[in-house]
Design a protein around this ligand. Structure first.
Ligand SMILES: [Zn+2]
Length: 153
């Protein structure tokens, strides 16, 4: 899910400190909750979440990425200040920010409802799973789950 376009865009917006105690302040956009965000190809990503996934070599994560108590700086993207936790159940497994989480709240939700509809339409037009995976930035397994309606009713 995290491709090189996301990685290179992410790397533009913070100052890395060799001192691990220091916060890596996000220099890009900050959302209304105080978290750093950035966009790639029209999709929005949470900076601290991407930072944690990259640092831990993960593609996806079914947990929230939270700031440690001694940091508490939501705009900080120092992976050493982050940990994965479960503040809420069924938090969507996605690094995308979403303004409307209704219908997207379950853990399998990767794309917005409109994107899912679009993906299925593309599939009916004959696009392969590999092409869809590329276009929507998700894995082929996720594509086939969506096509086979495993992720959504
Ligand atoms: Zn910090």
């Amino acid at each position: 899910m995290i491709d090189s376009a996301i990685t290179s865009e992410f790397r533009r917006f913070y100052m890395e400190h060799s001192d691990t105690e220091k916060c890596w302040q996000w220099l890009g956009n900050i959302n209304d909750k105080g978290y750093g965000t950035f966009s790639v190809k029209g999709k929005k990503y949470l900076a601290h979440r991407v930072s944690y996934l990259l640092a831990n070599n993960l593609d996806t994560l079914n947990l929230l990425v939270l700031h440690k108590n001694d940091c508490h700086n939501r705009a900080c993207v120092n992976p050493k200040h982050l940990y994965a936790g479960t503040h809420r159940d069924n938090y969507k497994d996605s690094i995308e920010t979403g303004t409307d989480t209704r219908g997207e709240r379950n853990g399998n939700a990767i794309l917005s409802d409109s994107k899912v509809a679009q993906l299925r339409a593309d599939r009916r037009k004959g696009m392969t799973h590999a092409e869809l995976s590329e276009k929507y930035g998700i894995s082929k397994t996720q594509v086939s789950n969506i096509v086979n309606k495993k992720s959504r009713k």
